[in-house]
Design a protein around this ligand. Structure first.
Ligand code: EPZ
Length: 425
């Protein structure tokens, strides 16, 4: 039987206890790619156990690296030299972040052939800014049979890059290539996400000279050689935010661990505007308000430190259960409202006009069969199903598995009625 996995969730149970956000997926992916940059042995800790990490490992192995799992969240990566400079379509198509191999391979060999990733469910997601950045470092490229064939014949040279928009991936890719380029690179209008700082920390531990990561101007003084190192990945801010939304839905009977407050500012500001009271002690957050205390709010998704696009869908689940009218404007991706129709099937009242979703709060959701269209849309549907009256089946949870480690086990521990089932295709 060919099947696809789904969650069957019976909602309305009282959830309480503690839940932890693991290491950041979006930090781990570029750091894994950065192990291509220099020969030697790397140790990475606090890596989440997720499908995207397995895909990264597959990519590293296809390029000649050895990856050993040394603990539940730890890996040893051995780079004895790349056996090929080609990142194949078969792997890149599974995960767009594979394109980050390009900056790393260029840093290693001043030459790389990397498959173009193509679009995805949330938008076109071009890589033009990555390529313009590489060009500024002396790289010439052409696109042949779906691959970017790139080389800097005289080696990479530092240069000035002004990004048209603060792209996370472009900033990371250019930072890696520039770390071993000759001379100085300045990236302006760089993305400021915490994952960029984490990558820069990792590279600086290896001996790179990167300043300003986490601000909109990143300055990279190229070095000839790096030295592999050990690094602990930061905790996943989007997973933490998803669990905070869960806690808000359940009147604060859930404590969220693995919270790094500094990374959550844009999100927390909106929760505060909604009237949410909370306490953060060390890395644990306890919500002190009830769902019924919260007011509607208007949100615009923005690059960091603004409100993250990645928590937009789970936030819509929360706003759907708050009396009054809220709005969410999505400015980062052109197709990131696919969860709206599914939430409406569960009783939400949301209309979409272009990039604007208008949400009218409802008293409750009712269980339904729904489909996850991407990772965060899937998380939004899981949250809705946990609150819904009756049973829901959320199909295509392979999306959810890309970003939330052992979600059903964690939710079961809180008292949820959730099981993983296989549906026939
Ligand atoms: C990263 O994607 C994250 N992925 C995404 O996480 C996240 O949604 C996104 O940043 C925005 O925060 C990883 O870190 C692996 P961008 P990335 O380049 O780097 C446009 C998740 O659920 N753009 O900052 O691909 C692009 O189309 C996800 O974990 C260009 O036009 O995002 C988008 O509109 C999904 N040309 C905007 O910039 C380019 O060359 C921001 O994209 C590059 C991007």
């Amino acid at each position: 039987m060919v099947g696809v996995e789904a969650f069957r969730i019976t909602g309305g149970k009282k959830l309480m206890g503690e839940i932890r956000a693991d290491g950041s997926k979006n930090s781990s992916l570029p750091v894994f790619m950065a192990t291509l940059m220099e020969k030697g042995t790397y140790t990475l800790k606090n890596v989440p156990d997720l499908k995207d990490i397995k895909t990264s490992i597959e990519l590293l192995v296809s390029l000649g690296l050895t990856v050993e799992r040394i603990s539940e969240h730890g890996y040893r990566i051995i780079n004895n030299g790349l056996k090929t400079l080609t990142a194949e379509y078969e792997i890149v198509k599974k995960m767009r972040a594979s394109f980050l191999a390009m900056g790393a391979i260029l840093a290693y060999a001043a030459k790389a052939d990397v498959s173009l990733p193509g679009g995805c469910n949330i938008g076109l997601r071009p890589v033009d800014l990555h390529l313009k950045g590489f060009e500024a470092l002396g790289v010439k490229y052409r696109i042949v049979n779906g691959y970017v064939e790139a080389a800097a014949k005289k080696g990479l040279t530092g240069g000035g890059v002004i990004l048209d928009m603060p792209s996370v991936g472009a900033t990371e890719n250019i930072m890696m290539a520039a770390a071993k380029a000759r001379g100085l690179t300045v990236i302006e209008n760089a993305a400021r996400e915490p994952e960029i700082e984490d990558l820069a920390d990792f590279l600086n531990k290896m001996g790179a000279k990167i300043r300003g990561a986490g601000t909109s101007t990143v300055i990279i003084e190229g070095v000839k050689k790096l030295t592999p190192c050990e690094h602990t990945i930061i905790s996943d801010r989007i997973v933490a935010e998803t669990y905070i939304v869960l806690a808000a839905l359940f009147d604060g009977d859930i404590i969220v661990n693995g919270v790094n407050r500094e990374h959550l500012n844009g999100f927390l500001l909106k929760l505060e505007e909604m009237g949410l009271k909370y306490r953060i002690t060390r890395n644990s957050m306890k919500i002190l308000s009830k769902l019924s205390d919260l007011s509607p709010v208007d949100i615009v998704t923005m690059p960091h430190p603004g409100f993250p696009t990645d928590i937009q869908a789970p936030m819509m689940t929360l706003l759907s259960l708050i009396r009054g009218k809220s709005e969410i404007k999505e400015t980062i991706f052109e197709n990131r409202f696919m969860h709206v129709a599914e939430l409406n099937r569960m009783g939400a009242q949301i209309t979409v006009d272009g990039d604007l979703a208008k949400i009218t709060g409802v008293r409750e959701f009712s269980g339904a069969n729904v489909m996850a269209s991407d990772l965060r849309a899937g998380a939004a549907l899981v949250l809705a199903a946990l609150k819904a009256r009756g049973t829901s089946v959320i199909n295509r949870i392979y999306h959810v598995d890309r970003g939330y480690e052992r979600l059903e086990k964690k939710l079961k521990k809180l008292g949820a009625e959730i099981e993983r089932i296989k549906l026939e295709l």
